[in-house]
Design a protein around this ligand. Sequence first.
Ligand code: CP
Length: 319
Amino acid sequence: RKHLLSAGDLTRDDAELVLRTAEEMRSLADRPIKKLPALRGRTIVNLFFEDSTRTRISFEAAAKRLSADVINFSAKGSSLSKGESLKDTALTLEAMGADAVVVRHWASGAPHLLANAGWSRSSVINAGDGTHEHPTQALLDAFTMWRHLGALDGRRVAIVGDVLHSRVARSNALLLQTLGAEVTLVAPPTLLPLGVEGWGVETSYDLDAVLPKVDVVMMLRVQRERMNLKGGGFFPTVREYSRRYGLDGRRMATLQDHSLVMHPGPMIRGMEITADVADSDRSVIVEQVTNGVAVRMAVLYLLLGGSEPAVGGDAGDQT
Ligand code: CP
């Protein structure tokens, strides 16, 4: 496999290989030397047309821990702001010898165009495209669940909030079902996408009814910046939204003892999740970020065909 564009492209074997490889990568964190030489001499470009904290930094950390050279490229401050096209940007990156391009774009489908238009020979990794997909987020979410709960077959996951604008929800719905989990989307009717019936998931408007049944509750940010786009989505008021769909301490108390609270970030504390819940023992939100580095190391390693044993080789060969 050369590109990672959609969580739906991953077979169960593919996904489980990423999880197992990520577990090996995560064990590096406990070593005095955290770098491997696996991608030495390779060049990875982070091409970001939309803002990011976690994804951009964790791809950079992941690439550096595999000894790759990293070029960070954001639309702001580049010739893109002078009107340069995606095609000419891709040709420029190709000319500079990029082996992989990690792309975040406001337009759904931009990474697919980059991968399939024949402009470049690089691997393309979708780091979030519009309201469409965010496959490495779904992989790190599944990895976090798998580390806590074991195999995901039959596990119940509620994804709660602004599903309409959420690339995280779509990628998670695809991947979690591939891994055998049962997914329920919980949202006001105006924040569920058209065609959600085709996702193969349950839907509910009633968070209180769903919470006691699930092993994981994944809260989503309300993406108000996307609400004036075509396809809109109606947002009531912060108070009304929080009252119906926010996770607070009272609601968290109705979860089963083993259940996890997750959020892909960035969080709006006080809207979809209260600060006490975000900082509680049940919350694995910070751990998701740690796991994101290991999962992105696994993805880069597997796509670029690392030339050295991942972990467990001769420690003296590490840089
Ligand atoms: N979860 C996520 O994609 O966060 P960033 O937008 O900060 O990368």
